[in-house]
Design a protein around this ligand. Structure first.
Ligand SMILES: Cc1cc2nc3c(=O)[nH]c(=O)nc-3n(C[C@H](O)[C@H](O)[C@H](O)COP(=O)(O)OP(=O)(O)OC[C@H]3O[C@@H](n4cnc5c(N)ncnc54)[C@H](O)[C@@H]3O)c2cc1C
Length: 398
């Protein structure tokens, strides 16, 4: 029988988070960026069974379990935003961070606060690969400047979980920043690793519509007349910022809307299309664009969702200590801001279509996919079901 982790890789359910490399680094597993696909582990197939079992237990391509509602019965909006302890809208008080960040610079401001005020040792996050700037690289930052340099969203695959050993071996708590699937892996890993659990002082995430493969970014740069960029930025420097690519001689920019529109047309990982966790439910705090306030200017405004008591306390302390400016918000405004919640309403149907073809899928227990699905009409579900079946059969694989 095919091992669950081999099935994840064979059937394109891998999100490329890097958990395999963290767990099986001693067995030679590394992450590589596969053109047209994304970050993928190398060396998993040959691993001993007990190591594969360890990976399968935490792999977000295999399963992501939603956090508990603790007895609360969610309303219509909360069903698609997931459980929260508090919601705000705001931005980094530091103008440089707000300007550099993707939306309001909140993720960078909170990480800076954790380093400067909470005594945390380092931040695991993601930035541009200097050798191939259309790809991502896992970055370790120790100060505000490092965080600013690698702030802002990079719309391609990343594998920050690969660096968790640094957190585990640190003498002080650390910050982890990653996509929702990355923090889902982190949440599973910390359950059985007490030292890692103790050292994960703050886990931050952001809303995520999915990661296009890195050659999509290179192709876009090429289309803009920069075939071999030496720097490539997707956003930041104002809100929503622009896509900027340069080789030192030529520089080209296009607006965020145009670039995201073109990148989103490039193939995105199947795992992303099946993901109900676009708003990062397993982080302490998650941030997204407050698109409903876009007309208010170009300085950047974020939605800020505290998912845990620890996250709520840290956001409140960061507001009190002058790192964040924020006002109260709620799930209704998050839904108004985010077209992304629409995916949560249809992924149950996409998963059903794959199962109808006897294909393996990621399991998402606790995400209330039926309640979310009930928010759209039957026609939409029929379209999603037929579209998933058609695409799967046409490509000859999932
Ligand atoms: C692939 C992708 C899809 C997104 N889709 C949406 C969406 O549909 N709706 C929405 O509102 N927001 C989306 N975002 C998030 C949004 O762009 C902002 O990241 C979010 O609003 C937080 O902004 P900020 O200014 O607080 O973050 P910043 O202060 O700019 O910090 C961003 C942090 O994220 C890290 N990071 C950047 N790119 C990646 C990556 N690829 N993988 C892991 N870590 C990374 C950086 O290292 C940095 O620490 C997406 C982001 C990404 C990377």
């Amino acid at each position: 029988m095919t091992h669950r982790i081999d099935a994840v890789l064979q059937h394109r359910l891998c999100a490329g988070c890097g958990a395999c490399a963290y767990i099986a680094g001693d067995h030679g597993v590394t992450m590589t960026d596969v053109p047209g696909v994304g970050k993928r582990p190398v060396g998993v197939a040959a691993l001993p069974l007990f190591v594969k079992d360890q990976i399968a237990d935490v792999c977000p391509g295999s399963e992501v379990r939603a956090p508990s509602w603790d007895g609360h019965e969610p309303d219509r909006d909360e069903v698609v935003t997931g459980p929260t302890k508090a919601i705000w809208e705001g931005w980094a008080s530091d103008d440089e961070i707000r300007w550099a960040g993707s939306s309001g610079g909140v993720v960078t401001a909170l990480a800076t606060y954790a380093l400067e005020h909470l005594g945390m040792a380092l931040v695991v996050h993601t930035g541009m690969d200097p050798d191939e700037p259309w790809r991502n690289k896992t970055i370790i930052s120790h100060d505000r400047q490092g965080l600013i340099t690698h702030s802002s969203s990079r719309y391609t695959t990343s594998s920050p979980v690969e660096a968790l050993r640094l957190v585990e071996e640190s003498d002080r708590p650390c910050v982890f920043i990653g996509k929702p699937c990355d923090v889902a892996a982190v949440a599973r890993l910390r359950r059985t690793r007490p030292r890692l659990d103790r050292n994960l002082g703050l886990v931050l995430s952001f809303f995520c519509a999915g990661t296009p493969a890195s050659d999509g970014s290179l192709a876009l740069s090429r289309e803009l007349g920069v075939p071999r960029p030496t720097r490539l930025r997707y956003r930041g420097r104002g809100w929503p910022g622009d896509f900027r690519t340069t080789d030192g001689e030529r520089e080209a920019t296009i607006s965020y809307d145009e670039s995201w529109g073109r990148l989103a047309q490039k193939p995105r990982q199947l795992r992303c299309q099946l993901c109900p966790d676009g708003l990062g439910e397993l982080a302490d705090v998650t941030g997204g664009d407050a698109w409903h306030r876009r007309q208010e200017g170009t300085d950047g405004i974020s939605l800020i969702l505290a998912r845990t008591d620890r996250g709520k306390q840290i956001v409140e302390a960061a507001i009190r200590d002058g790192y964040l400016e924020a006002t109260d918000s709620d799930a209704r405004r998050v839904v108004a801001a985010q077209g992304l919640v629409q995916r949560r309403r249809v992924v149950g149907t996409r998963l059903l279509a794959l199962r109808t073809l006897f294909l393996p899928t990621t399991r998402f227990p606790g995400f209330r996919l039926r309640a979310a699905a009930a928010q759209v009409g039957i026609r939409r579900h029929i379209k999603e079901f037929a579209g998933t079946i058609r695409r799967t059969l046409r490509h000859g694989r999932t």
